[in-house]
Design a protein around this ligand. Structure first.
Ligand code: GLU
Length: 336
Protein backbone atom coordinates (compact mmCIF):
# COMPACT_ATOMS: atom_id res chain seq x y z
CA UNK A 1 0.00 0.00 0.00
CA UNK A 2 1.74 3.13 -1.06
CA UNK A 3 1.16 6.78 -1.83
CA UNK A 4 -1.38 9.01 -3.54
CA UNK A 5 -1.15 12.76 -4.22
CA UNK A 6 -3.69 14.95 -6.03
CA UNK A 7 -3.76 18.67 -6.78
CA UNK A 8 -6.37 21.00 -8.25
CA UNK A 9 -5.80 24.75 -8.38
CA UNK A 10 -4.00 27.41 -10.34
CA UNK A 11 -0.38 26.33 -10.15
CA UNK A 12 1.50 23.72 -12.19
CA UNK A 13 0.13 20.40 -10.93
CA UNK A 14 3.13 18.43 -12.18
CA UNK A 15 5.57 20.17 -9.81
CA UNK A 16 3.31 19.92 -6.77
CA UNK A 17 2.34 16.31 -7.35
CA UNK A 18 5.95 15.21 -7.89
CA UNK A 19 7.06 17.14 -4.79
CA UNK A 20 4.26 15.48 -2.82
CA UNK A 21 5.29 12.02 -3.99
CA UNK A 22 8.83 12.77 -2.88
CA UNK A 23 7.57 13.44 0.65
CA UNK A 24 5.94 10.00 0.66
CA UNK A 25 9.07 8.29 -0.64
CA UNK A 26 10.10 6.81 2.71
CA UNK A 27 7.21 4.34 2.41
CA UNK A 28 9.08 2.45 -0.29
CA UNK A 29 7.57 1.65 -3.67
CA UNK A 30 8.38 -0.14 -6.89
CA UNK A 31 7.04 2.23 -9.55
CA UNK A 32 5.38 5.61 -9.86
CA UNK A 33 3.29 7.71 -12.20
CA UNK A 34 1.49 10.97 -12.74
CA UNK A 35 -1.42 12.23 -14.86
CA UNK A 36 -2.41 15.80 -15.63
CA UNK A 37 -5.28 17.34 -17.57
CA UNK A 38 -3.95 19.21 -20.64
CA UNK A 39 -6.32 20.98 -23.04
CA UNK A 40 -9.21 18.63 -22.30
CA UNK A 41 -7.00 15.53 -22.59
CA UNK A 42 -5.52 13.34 -19.90
CA UNK A 43 -1.81 12.61 -20.10
CA UNK A 44 -0.06 9.97 -18.04
CA UNK A 45 3.62 9.24 -17.53
CA UNK A 46 4.70 6.17 -15.58
CA UNK A 47 8.00 4.58 -14.74
CA UNK A 48 9.37 1.57 -12.93
CA UNK A 49 11.83 2.33 -10.14
CA UNK A 50 12.32 5.40 -8.04
CA UNK A 51 11.06 8.92 -8.57
CA UNK A 52 14.16 10.01 -10.47
CA UNK A 53 13.03 7.62 -13.22
CA UNK A 54 9.58 9.18 -13.22
CA UNK A 55 11.05 12.69 -13.29
CA UNK A 56 13.24 11.71 -16.27
CA UNK A 57 10.24 10.17 -18.05
CA UNK A 58 8.15 13.28 -17.39
CA UNK A 59 10.90 15.49 -18.81
CA UNK A 60 11.06 13.35 -21.95
CA UNK A 61 7.29 13.00 -22.35
CA UNK A 62 6.79 16.11 -24.42
CA UNK A 63 9.58 17.48 -26.59
CA UNK A 64 10.35 21.08 -25.65
CA UNK A 65 8.38 23.56 -27.66
CA UNK A 66 5.41 21.44 -28.63
CA UNK A 67 3.30 23.39 -26.18
CA UNK A 68 1.53 20.38 -24.69
CA UNK A 69 2.07 17.32 -22.61
CA UNK A 70 2.92 16.64 -19.04
CA UNK A 71 6.37 18.13 -19.29
CA UNK A 72 5.89 21.38 -21.18
CA UNK A 73 2.24 22.26 -20.80
CA UNK A 74 1.78 25.96 -21.50
CA UNK A 75 -0.18 27.27 -19.75
CA UNK A 76 0.70 24.59 -17.23
CA UNK A 77 -1.81 21.88 -16.40
CA UNK A 78 -3.34 22.77 -13.05
CA UNK A 79 -5.06 19.47 -12.19
CA UNK A 80 -3.06 16.31 -11.56
CA UNK A 81 -2.78 13.03 -9.69
CA UNK A 82 0.26 10.96 -8.79
CA UNK A 83 1.02 7.57 -7.29
CA UNK A 84 3.76 5.45 -5.86
CA UNK A 85 2.93 1.78 -6.19
CA UNK A 86 3.68 -1.20 -4.01
CA UNK A 87 2.39 -3.97 -6.23
CA UNK A 88 -0.19 -6.36 -4.85
CA UNK A 89 -1.82 -7.54 -8.09
CA UNK A 90 0.30 -7.71 -11.23
CA UNK A 91 4.01 -7.52 -11.80
CA UNK A 92 6.20 -4.46 -11.40
CA UNK A 93 5.98 -3.05 -14.93
CA UNK A 94 5.26 0.31 -16.52
CA UNK A 95 1.86 -1.00 -17.74
CA UNK A 96 0.91 -1.94 -14.19
CA UNK A 97 2.11 1.36 -12.67
CA UNK A 98 -0.64 3.87 -11.92
CA UNK A 99 -2.45 6.03 -13.07
CA UNK A 100 -4.77 3.57 -14.81
CA UNK A 101 -7.30 4.57 -17.43
CA UNK A 102 -10.44 3.40 -19.21
CA UNK A 103 -10.75 2.26 -22.82
CA UNK A 104 -11.61 5.75 -24.11
CA UNK A 105 -8.97 7.47 -21.98
CA UNK A 106 -11.59 9.70 -20.35
CA UNK A 107 -10.82 8.80 -16.73
CA UNK A 108 -7.53 8.30 -14.91
CA UNK A 109 -7.29 6.86 -11.41
CA UNK A 110 -4.64 6.27 -8.77
CA UNK A 111 -5.46 3.57 -6.26
CA UNK A 112 -3.96 2.33 -3.01
CA UNK A 113 -4.96 -0.93 -1.44
CA UNK A 114 -6.81 -3.90 -2.84
CA UNK A 115 -10.04 -4.38 -4.77
CA UNK A 116 -11.09 -7.85 -3.59
CA UNK A 117 -13.79 -8.48 -6.20
CA UNK A 118 -11.81 -7.18 -9.17
CA UNK A 119 -11.87 -10.47 -11.09
CA UNK A 120 -15.63 -10.70 -11.38
CA UNK A 121 -15.86 -6.97 -12.19
CA UNK A 122 -13.12 -7.29 -14.82
CA UNK A 123 -14.84 -10.22 -16.52
CA UNK A 124 -18.13 -8.33 -16.70
CA UNK A 125 -16.40 -5.19 -18.03
CA UNK A 126 -14.50 -7.16 -20.69
CA UNK A 127 -17.75 -8.84 -21.77
CA UNK A 128 -19.13 -5.32 -22.13
CA UNK A 129 -16.28 -4.25 -24.43
CA UNK A 130 -13.71 -2.77 -22.02
CA UNK A 131 -10.08 -3.16 -23.07
CA UNK A 132 -7.71 -3.69 -20.14
CA UNK A 133 -4.07 -2.66 -20.38
CA UNK A 134 -2.75 -3.85 -17.00
CA UNK A 135 -2.79 -6.88 -14.72
CA UNK A 136 -3.81 -4.87 -11.68
CA UNK A 137 -6.94 -4.99 -9.57
CA UNK A 138 -6.97 -1.18 -9.65
CA UNK A 139 -7.75 -0.72 -13.34
CA UNK A 140 -11.35 -1.90 -12.93
CA UNK A 141 -12.07 1.35 -11.09
CA UNK A 142 -11.27 3.50 -14.15
CA UNK A 143 -13.52 1.34 -16.36
CA UNK A 144 -16.37 1.33 -13.84
CA UNK A 145 -16.30 5.13 -13.55
CA UNK A 146 -16.12 5.48 -17.32
CA UNK A 147 -19.21 3.26 -17.74
CA UNK A 148 -21.12 5.48 -15.33
CA UNK A 149 -20.01 8.64 -17.15
CA UNK A 150 -21.30 6.99 -20.31
CA UNK A 151 -24.65 6.53 -18.55
CA UNK A 152 -24.80 10.31 -18.15
CA UNK A 153 -23.62 10.66 -14.53
CA UNK A 154 -21.20 13.43 -13.58
CA UNK A 155 -17.80 12.47 -12.18
CA UNK A 156 -18.87 12.68 -8.52
CA UNK A 157 -21.91 10.47 -9.03
CA UNK A 158 -19.95 8.14 -11.33
CA UNK A 159 -17.30 7.65 -8.62
CA UNK A 160 -20.01 6.97 -6.05
CA UNK A 161 -21.72 4.41 -8.30
CA UNK A 162 -18.36 2.70 -8.97
CA UNK A 163 -17.46 2.76 -5.26
CA UNK A 164 -20.68 0.97 -4.38
CA UNK A 165 -19.66 -1.91 -6.66
CA UNK A 166 -16.25 -2.41 -5.05
CA UNK A 167 -15.25 -4.68 -2.18
CA UNK A 168 -11.92 -4.52 -0.39
CA UNK A 169 -9.90 -1.84 1.30
CA UNK A 170 -8.66 1.00 -0.82
CA UNK A 171 -8.39 4.73 -1.37
CA UNK A 172 -8.47 6.27 -4.82
CA UNK A 173 -8.56 9.57 -6.67
CA UNK A 174 -10.13 10.01 -10.11
CA UNK A 175 -9.84 12.75 -12.70
CA UNK A 176 -11.85 13.05 -15.94
CA UNK A 177 -10.97 14.83 -19.18
CA UNK A 178 -14.46 16.37 -19.40
CA UNK A 179 -14.35 17.93 -15.91
CA UNK A 180 -10.79 19.30 -15.79
CA UNK A 181 -11.01 21.35 -12.58
CA UNK A 182 -12.21 18.50 -10.39
CA UNK A 183 -10.69 15.62 -8.44
CA UNK A 184 -12.92 13.01 -6.85
CA UNK A 185 -11.51 10.89 -4.04
CA UNK A 186 -12.95 7.92 -2.18
CA UNK A 187 -11.79 6.17 0.94
CA UNK A 188 -12.44 2.77 2.42
CA UNK A 189 -9.98 1.69 5.15
CA UNK A 190 -6.84 3.04 3.45
CA UNK A 191 -5.72 6.52 4.53
CA UNK A 192 -6.53 9.70 2.59
CA UNK A 193 -6.56 13.34 3.76
CA UNK A 194 -7.45 16.70 2.24
CA UNK A 195 -5.20 19.78 2.35
CA UNK A 196 -7.08 23.08 2.01
CA UNK A 197 -5.38 25.94 0.21
CA UNK A 198 -6.46 29.32 -1.08
CA UNK A 199 -7.85 28.68 -4.57
CA UNK A 200 -6.25 25.24 -4.57
CA UNK A 201 -6.78 21.89 -2.86
CA UNK A 202 -4.69 18.82 -2.17
CA UNK A 203 -5.51 15.22 -1.40
CA UNK A 204 -2.94 12.66 -0.29
CA UNK A 205 -2.35 9.47 1.65
CA UNK A 206 -0.49 11.42 4.32
CA UNK A 207 -0.20 15.04 5.43
CA UNK A 208 3.54 15.46 4.68
CA UNK A 209 2.74 15.26 0.96
CA UNK A 210 1.30 18.79 1.05
CA UNK A 211 2.56 20.23 4.33
CA UNK A 212 4.98 22.58 2.57
CA UNK A 213 1.95 24.12 0.79
CA UNK A 214 -0.75 24.18 3.45
CA UNK A 215 -1.24 23.35 7.12
CA UNK A 216 -5.04 23.26 6.88
CA UNK A 217 -6.23 19.70 6.86
CA UNK A 218 -9.57 17.89 6.64
CA UNK A 219 -9.76 14.21 7.48
CA UNK A 220 -11.74 11.93 5.17
CA UNK A 221 -13.70 9.31 7.09
CA UNK A 222 -14.17 5.76 5.96
CA UNK A 223 -16.90 5.39 3.38
CA UNK A 224 -16.76 8.97 2.14
CA UNK A 225 -16.48 10.50 -1.33
CA UNK A 226 -14.83 13.91 -1.63
CA UNK A 227 -15.04 16.35 -4.55
CA UNK A 228 -12.15 18.82 -4.72
CA UNK A 229 -12.42 21.98 -6.82
CA UNK A 230 -10.07 24.97 -6.72
CA UNK A 231 -12.57 26.98 -4.65
CA UNK A 232 -13.71 24.29 -2.21
CA UNK A 233 -14.14 20.70 -1.11
CA UNK A 234 -17.42 18.79 -0.73
CA UNK A 235 -17.73 15.67 1.41
CA UNK A 236 -20.45 13.05 1.02
CA UNK A 237 -21.37 9.69 2.54
CA UNK A 238 -20.87 7.14 -0.23
CA UNK A 239 -23.62 4.78 0.88
CA UNK A 240 -26.39 7.38 0.90
CA UNK A 241 -25.09 10.29 -1.17
CA UNK A 242 -25.86 12.60 1.78
CA UNK A 243 -23.55 15.64 2.03
CA UNK A 244 -21.33 15.98 5.10
CA UNK A 245 -21.35 19.67 5.97
CA UNK A 246 -19.58 19.82 9.32
CA UNK A 247 -16.14 18.44 8.59
CA UNK A 248 -13.75 20.57 10.59
CA UNK A 249 -10.66 22.18 9.06
CA UNK A 250 -7.80 21.46 11.45
CA UNK A 251 -4.50 23.27 11.60
CA UNK A 252 -1.41 21.12 11.78
CA UNK A 253 1.36 22.65 13.85
CA UNK A 254 4.00 19.93 13.48
CA UNK A 255 7.16 20.53 11.52
CA UNK A 256 7.42 18.72 8.20
CA UNK A 257 9.99 16.40 9.73
CA UNK A 258 7.80 15.43 12.71
CA UNK A 259 4.72 15.15 10.48
CA UNK A 260 6.51 12.74 8.21
CA UNK A 261 7.13 10.48 11.19
CA UNK A 262 3.58 10.94 12.48
CA UNK A 263 4.87 12.60 15.66
CA UNK A 264 7.30 9.74 16.46
CA UNK A 265 11.00 10.15 16.88
CA UNK A 266 11.93 7.61 14.21
CA UNK A 267 10.24 5.83 11.30
CA UNK A 268 10.84 2.53 13.07
CA UNK A 269 8.85 3.66 16.12
CA UNK A 270 6.10 4.99 13.86
CA UNK A 271 5.84 1.68 12.04
CA UNK A 272 5.84 -0.31 15.29
CA UNK A 273 2.90 1.76 16.54
CA UNK A 274 1.09 1.46 13.21
CA UNK A 275 1.17 -2.33 13.25
CA UNK A 276 -2.19 -2.93 14.89
CA UNK A 277 -4.01 -0.67 12.43
CA UNK A 278 -2.04 -2.04 9.46
CA UNK A 279 -2.86 -5.65 10.34
CA UNK A 280 -6.52 -4.76 10.93
CA UNK A 281 -6.69 -3.06 7.50
CA UNK A 282 -5.01 -5.98 5.79
CA UNK A 283 -7.34 -8.63 7.17
CA UNK A 284 -10.48 -6.48 7.30
CA UNK A 285 -12.11 -8.40 4.48
CA UNK A 286 -10.72 -11.77 5.44
CA UNK A 287 -12.22 -12.41 8.79
CA UNK A 288 -13.47 -15.11 11.06
CA UNK A 289 -17.23 -14.81 11.22
CA UNK A 290 -19.88 -16.74 13.10
CA UNK A 291 -20.31 -19.00 10.07
CA UNK A 292 -16.61 -19.60 9.38
CA UNK A 293 -13.61 -17.92 7.78
CA UNK A 294 -14.32 -15.63 4.83
CA UNK A 295 -11.43 -15.20 2.38
CA UNK A 296 -13.04 -12.51 0.23
CA UNK A 297 -12.96 -13.56 -3.42
CA UNK A 298 -11.71 -17.01 -2.50
CA UNK A 299 -14.99 -17.57 -0.71
CA UNK A 300 -15.78 -19.03 2.67
CA UNK A 301 -13.73 -21.93 3.97
CA UNK A 302 -16.38 -24.50 4.70
CA UNK A 303 -16.11 -27.66 6.74
CA UNK A 304 -15.85 -29.81 3.62
CA UNK A 305 -12.72 -27.93 2.53
CA UNK A 306 -11.29 -27.87 6.05
CA UNK A 307 -11.65 -31.59 6.47
CA UNK A 308 -9.58 -32.08 3.29
CA UNK A 309 -6.67 -29.85 4.33
CA UNK A 310 -3.76 -32.02 5.42
CA UNK A 311 -0.92 -29.55 5.30
CA UNK A 312 -0.47 -25.78 5.22
CA UNK A 313 2.67 -24.50 3.49
CA UNK A 314 3.79 -20.93 4.09
CA UNK A 315 6.22 -19.65 1.47
CA UNK A 316 8.10 -16.44 2.18
CA UNK A 317 11.51 -14.84 2.38
CA UNK A 318 13.08 -12.00 4.34
CA UNK A 319 10.88 -10.43 6.98
CA UNK A 320 7.93 -12.39 5.66
CA UNK A 321 9.81 -15.60 6.43
CA UNK A 322 9.86 -14.64 10.11
CA UNK A 323 6.18 -13.66 9.95
CA UNK A 324 5.58 -17.08 8.39
CA UNK A 325 7.33 -18.79 11.31
CA UNK A 326 5.00 -17.01 13.73
CA UNK A 327 2.11 -18.00 11.46
CA UNK A 328 3.15 -21.64 11.71
CA UNK A 329 2.80 -21.60 15.48
CA UNK A 330 -0.43 -19.62 15.33
CA UNK A 331 -2.03 -22.06 12.88
CA UNK A 332 -0.88 -25.07 14.85
CA UNK A 333 -2.29 -23.60 18.05
CA UNK A 334 -5.62 -22.56 16.53
CA UNK A 335 -6.18 -25.70 14.54
CA UNK A 336 -4.91 -27.91 17.37
N1 GLU B 1 -3.44 -3.12 -5.73
C1 GLU B 1 -2.90 -2.06 -6.51
C2 GLU B 1 -1.83 -2.59 -7.45
O1 GLU B 1 -1.28 -3.64 -7.27
C3 GLU B 1 -2.37 -0.89 -5.68
C4 GLU B 1 -1.17 -1.21 -4.85
C5 GLU B 1 -0.71 -0.01 -3.97
O2 GLU B 1 -1.38 0.28 -2.96
O3 GLU B 1 0.32 0.60 -4.27
O4 GLU B 1 -1.52 -1.90 -8.41
Amino acid sequence: MCGIVGYVGERAARMLVLAGLERLEYRGYDSAGISVVCDGRLEAVRAVGNLSHLRAAVDQAAPAGDGGGVAVAAPPATTGIGHTRWATHGRVTEENAHPHYDTDDRVHVVVNGIVENYLELKQALIADGAVFTSETDAEVIAHLISRQLGNGLDLVEAVRAAYLQLRGHYAFVAVAADEPALLVAARRECPLVVGRGDGEQFVASAIPAFLAQTRHVQLIENGEIVALRPDGVDFMVAATGEPVTDREIEEVDWSADVAEKGGYETFMLKEIHEQAAAVAETIADRTVRADGVDLGDMGAIDDALLSRIRRVVIVACGTSYHAGLIGRYAIETWSR
